[in-house]
Design a protein around this ligand. Sequence first.
Ligand code: COA
Length: 186
Amino acid sequence: MIKGKTIDLWSLERYNLLEYLKWSNDRELIHLTGMPTLPKSMVELENWYQNAIKNPTNKFFAIKTKEGEYIGNIELNYLDWITRSVEIGILIGKREFWGKGVGTESTLMILNFIFEQMDFHRVYLSVISHNDRAIRLYEKCGFKREGIKREAFYSMGKHSDIIEMGLLQKEFQKLKKTKLKEFFKE
Ligand SMILES: CC(C)(COP(=O)(O)OP(=O)(O)OC[C@H]1O[C@@H](n2cnc3c(N)ncnc32)[C@H](O)[C@@H]1OP(=O)(O)O)[C@@H](O)C(=O)NCCC(=O)NCCS
């Protein structure tokens, strides 16, 4: 478990899947995250989970409150130990926790873990261009825009761009001493 101030990151467990199934079929969450748009069944999710836990290039975390309530996921994809780079994704599935700083805390915790504990060089992610809250969060954490996949996502009757963002270890370490100093204060 990775311990935070208001939330903790646990390994995603099989018993979390029923809640996750609701989120992965939620139209608004699909629209915001770019998750696959086709409906998912429990069997499909279960198969996905069984494959994911066997795959050494993935790691899935459950975001939980200090009371143990499961509120979202953070995932690491394409862990590459040669380039020392990894893709991350975040989803706070329970809407009542949006806009309360949980996304910021979870993202900074996982970035700190990747850059300080794993000594990785680069973290990257994709975000749909209409997801203003997520873009704000990533820019606040130091991510820079690296490119755009034009009209690569389709949901709710419209195509949207996918923005590619990246953050280097040295940039994160600099931010920890400046803009993010308050967050990392012991
Ligand atoms: C995106 C998400 C992870 C952000 O987490 P959160 O806990 O809701 O966000 P935070 O409270 O940490 O706020 C992050 C920043 O966004 C800003 N913000 C909040 N709502 C916003 C909005 N509608 N538009 C723009 N910025 C917004 C906040 O003010 C904050 O910036 P600040 O600290 O400079 O004020 C979360 O809302 C979520 O999981 N949403 C649904 C799924 C999703 O979009 N995942 C990301 C896929 S790339």
